[in-house]
Design a protein. Structure first.
Ligand SMILES: Cc1cc2nc3c(=O)[nH]c(=O)nc-3n(C[C@H](O)[C@H](O)[C@H](O)COP(=O)(O)OP(=O)(O)OC[C@H]3O[C@@H](n4cnc5c(N)ncnc54)[C@H](O)[C@@H]3O)c2cc1C
Length: 392
């Protein structure tokens, strides 16, 4: 007998057939988890990539090289651009389709996937919530660690106070309270007869940049299964009539240095942002910010707000991933969501009066001090040394 909840489905995002990095990262983690799962439970559950696209069949083969056992591919010109209504409908249908599942495994009792992954980006965050609502299960968002365990759970409502074993439970960890504490989220069936109900898939959205893809291996074999989508008029009521990619004026890529500031500017924000901007200018660098800064938390001039305190400058999981030669973190505590965005930098300097701030563990040089005191000294020194550097 097979189990009715089987396999790990990974919803792939791509740009014209090129996978976005988080898609391969999710596949890598899915591969590692399911290899462990199959060893531990002596089973043969699959990593299944789900792709909606148009003329993107070649991508399916790539996904097998990056860890998928099977790829469910739905092709339609309606998938040229991501649209939540259409994508939700088709992905939910795919997840419940026993016929499709039977193409890559014995699936007589298959009802839904056991686990499901989405990207925690603008598209995936919304899509994961609407798909899971359709599938009538729960969702943990912005996850950065995953473990599969057998857990004994005793819960007033779920188990009616009895200790019961929940096998193959996905522990989904997310950073909370400004990224300094972990929350573990479990998606558990109600085993209390009075409120009995099953919750599958156990699903989450995954923070980009956290997991490593597996190495591309062209000898890996898998199966591509075609899905024929069908649409009603209602599904297609949102139409994309034009798409323009607006290039950001913030240029993190061609600058060798980035100076980012966070809430540590708070004592005199206008003056402190000016200091940060001067430091960036001296280093011929770009200015970045932590996420809270983009919410314009301080009373500063409109010019400062609109030039610096903007989402385009955010470094981290909700913003950009950067990799400059020099990254200077000024008044930034070092929450995990920020670190993910700058950890590829070659050399990191942090300026912070709190030597217990987590950024201390992420930098090459930690300058203990207030930015108001430290930056003027740095500026003076840079001015002195610049002629000598130029002469070299
Ligand atoms: C789903 C989700 C996504 C997120 N995405 C992002 C993201 O992409 N990017 C991001 O940055 N955050 C993100 N966050 C927020 C993150 O968790 C932290 O809350 C945030 O990074 C903290 O910003 P901060 O370091 O500026 O502020 P704080 O944590 O308040 O740190 C301020 C620091 O300034 C120091 N300081 C104080 N006075 C001075 C001074 N005079 N001179 C110098 N230093 C001083 C303090 O010691 C402190 O370490 C996200 C959170 C969630 C829940």
């Amino acid at each position: 007998m097979t189990e009715k909840y089987r396999h790990l489905y990974v919803v792939i995002e791509h740009e014209d057939g090129k996978p976005v990095p988080v898609s391969l990262e999710m596949l890598g983690e899915a591969r590692r988890l399911m290899d462990g799962f199959n060893r531990k439970y002596r089973s043969d559950e699959k990593v299944v990539a789900v792709v909606l696209g148009h003329n993107t069949r070649k991508l399916c083969e790539e996904l097998i090289f990056f860890g998928a056992d099977a790829v469910i591919y739905s092709d339609s010109k309606e998938f040229e651009h991501a649209r939540n209504l259409v994508d939700t409908k088709v992905i939910s249908e795919i997840a419940k389709d026993r016929e499709l599942a039977s193409k890559f495994s014995e699936a007589t009792d298959f009802v839904k996937p056991r686990y499901m992954f989405f990207a925690a980006d603008n598209i995936g965050r919304q899509l994961s919530s609407t798909v899971l609502a359709e599938l009538e299960s729960g969702l943990a968002s912005d996850i950065n660690k995953l473990v599969i365990e057998d857990l004994e759970i005793k819960h007033e409502h779920k188990t009616k106070g009895q200790g019961l074993m929940y096998e193959k439970t996905l522990e989904m960890y997310r950073p909370d309270f400004s990224g300094f504490l972990w929350t573990t989220i479990l998606c558990l069936d109600n085993r209390n007869p009075a409120i009995a109900r099953e919750y599958h898939p156990q699903a989450c959205s995954i923070i980009p940049g956290v997991f490593a893809p597996i190495e591309r291996d062209t000898s890996r074999r898998g199966i591509v299964v075609d899905h024929q989508p069908s649409f009603s008029e209602r599904d297609l009521k949102v139409r994309v009539i034009g798409r323009k990619i607006v290039k950001s004026a913030v240029d993190f890529d061609s600058h060798k240095a980035i100076v980012s500031f966070g809430r540590g500017v708070k004592e005199s924000p206008e003056e402190n942002v000016r200091l940060v901007a001067q430091l960036a200018e001296q280093l011929e660098g770009e200015v970045g910010v932590s996420l809270p800064i983009s919410k314009k938390p301080f009373a500063v001039s409109e010019a400062t707000n609109s030039k610096y305190m903007i989402p385009d400058r955010v470094v981290g999981t909700s913003g950009r991933k950067v990799a400059p030669l020099l990254y200077v973190a000024v008044g930034i505590s070092g929450a995990m969501q920020h670190i993910v965005g700058m950890k590829e930098s070659s050399f990191v300097v942090a300026i912070n009066p709190d030597e217990n701030a987590p950024i201390k563990d992420e930098c090459d040089i930690f300058i203990k001090g207030r930015m108001e005191d430290v930056i003027p000294v740095l500026l003076e020194e840079l001015q002195k040394q610049k002629p000598a550097i130029r002469a070299k």
